[in-house]
Every structure is written in structure tokens, then in C-alpha cells.
Write a protein that binds this ligand. Structure first.
Ligand SMILES: [Zn+2]
Length: 332
């Protein structure tokens, strides 16, 4: 048993309370490898933004849970080296799929876990979430639950259609489970193909596709039922079209990849939404940079020569999100 406190990590409780009162949201960035983690920590340290490092099931399968946890521990020390005296870094399990997975993360030094029972019948979701909360709270680890189903595919999480969160269920769910934050479904979705072109309208100026707005009425309903309670949005990448275009100009084939417009996310960040998950955008930034280098310098074979630019590109993206979308800069 290792406590996250010994590793210099923090849980989400105070961070979320400040974010709700301050009208901003905390970035939750997924990480799978060293360059991505360096980019996240550099961006957070430079902007003095609290940050949530997320580990998905796919990341644990890819990089190994043990290695990722030690990397997060290293990230705290690295942040200090970068001049961030008291780093506000959360290590969070993204989409925990069982009590056992959540327990193993709590026991191993994670400061926050998500238990995703959103695909289960309501009562089973309540029972599972409650069990995780009861275990995690003994160690002051915070727990995110989920109500409603997001469409899309990312790692092992996939569903074909949205089911919006039902505001009339949230008080009962939060009261019965004791969870610390709640992921809701209001039209965001996982992956880089969030909308079909026929769901979108065309911006006459740029010719780019504009997706339908998020269901802010559902968010308002949830906030009315649960005033001041921390709300989480998953699947909130914006799929920057410059990155998609760079990928396609350098041999890629991403067709009609569409994300959530940043103005919608800015609006959400000012409300009780205090954690916004962003993964696909950094995948796109990384892939675009790697493709560009390899396409332009065909004799290059030193991975540092393409992973370095990829890291710089992700860092730029993270800083942009922190300052221009979430507003969490200067809050840590
Ligand atoms: Zn998610």
C-alpha cells in the first residue's frame, strides 16, 4: 500500500471546489508515454495550472500500470525542477471498469479514480460506485462516477449512441454513492469522429463543418439539482482542423474528423463543469508533427528528431487549452 500523499500528488477535492468558485475547469490529459507526460508537465508548470494526469485502461495495457505510476511520481519531481514549488498534480484512473481495478490503483498511489458503471442498470451503477467510494475514501482518494452514456470509441470504451444524463437521477445517485464528482453526458463523445457530417452545418467563411451545440439544458438541469457539485465532461477534444490538415497533407487519411468547438467548452468551463477530459487532440498534435518530420526528412531515423517536435506540438496544444479554453492558468 502506497499513499499518493507520499508521492507528492493531491486528490481533486480542493482543486474542484476552487474551480467551481473561480469559474474555470481543470484539464484532465491522458498520458501513455514519456514525451506526452513531459509536454503536460511543462505546460502545467509554465502556466501554473493544476492538472489531472489520466491513465486509461488502454494506457495501462500499453505502458504498464507500474511504470505509469512511477512516471507520475517522477512528474512531481520534474515539476519542482521546473520551478513549480508546490505542484498540484492528480493521478487519476480514467474509466475504471471494476472494483478490483479501482482498488489496485488506490493501493498503488493514485489520488483519484473513476468508476464507470454508466453502462450498467441504474441500481447496479449505484452499488458499484458506492463500493468504490467506501474503499477509496478510507485513503482520502476521490471518486468520479458517471451517469448517462457517451457515444464514440476510445481505447476500450465504446458506445454507438448517446444517452443524455437524466437530471432527475443525479441527486439520488450522488447521495447514495457519496461520489466526489459526476461525469455527465450532454453531447460530447469519445474519439476524433464525434459527429457525422450530416449532423453539422457549414461555416460559410471557412467552409469547415460546425457540429450541433452541446445540450446545455441538460447541464443546467443537473446544476439546478446539484448546486455547486463538481461536474465532469469526457470526450471534449476539439479536433483542431489544422492538425487534421497537416496529417492529411503528409500522407494521412483522416476524413471528416470533427470535435467539440472550443467556445462551447469555454462556456462549460465557466459553470459547475470543473474537469474537462482531452485526449484525442494531443494524439492528433503528436501524429501531425511526426508525419510532417518523417515526410519532409525521409532519411531521418533518430526517434528524438520526430518525437521532440511532437512533444513541442503537444505542449503548445496543452498551453492553449489551459489558457484559452479552461482558464486554469495561474490557479496553482
Ligand atoms: Zn471518457
Amino acid at each position: 500500500m502506497v499513499s499518493y500523499k507520499e508521492l507528492g500528488l493531491v486528490n481533486t477535492r480542493e482543486m474542484f471546489a476552487k474551480a467551481i468558485n473561480g469559474g474555470y475547469a481543470i484539464p484532465a490529459f491522458n498520458f501513455n508515454n514519456m514525451e506526452q507526460l513531459q509536454a503536460i508537465i511543462q505546460a502545467a508548470a509554465e502556466t501554473k495550472s493544476p492538472v489531472i494526469l489520466q491513465v486509461s485502461k488502454g494506457a495501462r495495457n500499453y505502458a504498464n500500470q507500474t511504470l505509469l505510476r512511477y512516471m507520475a511520481q517522477g512528474a512531481v519531481e520534474y515539476a519542482k525542477e521546473l520551478g513549480w514549488e508546490k505542484p498540484q498534480i492528480v493521478l487519476h484512473l480514467d474509466h475504471g471498469d471494476s472494483f478490483e481495478t479501482c482498488k489496485s490503483c488506490v493501493d498503488f498511489g493514485f489520488s483519484s479514480v473513476m468508476i464507470d458503471g454508466s453502462h450498467l442498470p441504474y441500481d447496479e451503477n449505484v452499488a458499484l460506485t458506492k463500493k468504490v467510494v467506501e474503499y477509496a475514501h478510507q485513503f482520502d482518494v476521490t471518486v468520479e462516477g458517471e451517469l448517462g452514456v457517451l457515444a464514440g470509441v476510445e481505447d476500450e470504451v465504446s458506445a454507438e449512441h448517446h444517452t443524455y444524463t437524466r437530471p432527475e437521477e443525479v441527486v439520488d445517485f450522488v447521495t447514495k454513492t457519496g461520489c466526489d464528482s459526476l461525469a455527465i453526458s450532454i453531447g460530447t463523445s469519445h474519439g476524433a469522429y464525434k459527429f457525422k457530417p450530416e449532423q453539422c452545418t457549414k461555416d460559410p467563411k471557412t467552409g469547415r463543418l460546425v457540429p450541433p451545440p452541446l445540450a446545455f439544458d441538460v447541464l443546467d438541469g443537473v446544476m439546478k439539482e446539484l448546486p455547486g457539485f463538481p461536474i465532469v465532461l469526457h470526450g471534449s477534444s476539439s479536433v483542431p482542423q489544422e492538425e487534421v490538415e497537416t496529417i492529411n497533407a503528409n500522407g494521412g487519411q483522416l476524413e471528416a474528423a470533427i470535435g467539440i468547438p472550443e467556445d462551447q467548452l469555454r462556456k462549460a468551463a465557466k459553470s459547475a463543469v470543473c474537469k474537462i477530459n482531452i485526449d484525442s487532440d494531443s494524439r492528433l498534435a503528436m501524429t501531425a508533427a511526426v508525419r510532417k518530420v518523417l515526410n519532409e526528412k525521409k532519411a531521418e531515423f533518430d526517434p528524438r528528431k520526430y518525437l521532440g517536435p511532437a512533444r513541442d506540438s503537444m505542449k503548445k496544444l496543452y498551453i492553449h487549452k489551459i489558457i484559452n479554453v479552461l482558464g486554469s492558468n495561474g490557479k496553482a
